[in-house]
Design a protein around this ligand. Structure first.
Ligand code: SF4
Ligand code: SF4
Length: 119
């Protein structure tokens, strides 16, 4: 067994890194990650994480990220549908709608990247 940090949930606070007694938490590509070779499964990091970003097994982590991906896809679809209804002559509204689509697509891309990092 090993613990996994889900990047999409991690807010990079460093609390887990500070609490790990065996230096199993490393920064990989600007994100905190658990080195499963060093981790001794003490769960200390999981207790201190303020954002429930650490999972005790891979399947639970994958399940969580898949739920995030599904929710993000729904948000992208909703933002696109809302953008289509905006009056094209209203530049401010069009700008806001496009920003909402971009933000939703960014969240989806992050969730998909999180899944790739766990698998
Ligand atoms: S479970 Fe314990 S050993 Fe493993 S990364 Fe977390 S704090 Fe470190
Ligand atoms: S404690 Fe949680 S939110 Fe903070 S760096 Fe670690 S995994 Fe990320």
């Amino acid at each position: 067994m090993a613990l996994y940090i889900v990047p999409a949930k991690c807010i990079s606070c460093g609390a887990c890194w500070a609490d790990c007694n065996v230096e199993a938490i490393e920064i990989v590509h600007h994100k905190y990650a658990i080195n499963v070779e060093k981790c001794v499964d003490c769960s200390a990091c999981q207790y201190v994480c303020p954002n429930d970003a650490i999972f005790y097994d891979k399947d639970t982590a994958i399940e969580s990220v898949n739920a995030e991906i599904a929710a993000a896809k729904e948000k992208v679809a909703a933002a696109k549908a809302a953008a289509e209804k905006v009056d094209s002559k209203d530049e401010e509204a069009v700008g806001k709608a496009n920003d909402a689509v971009t933000a939703a697509e960014k969240a989806l891309a992050e969730a998909e990247a999180a899944l790739a990092s766990i698998n």
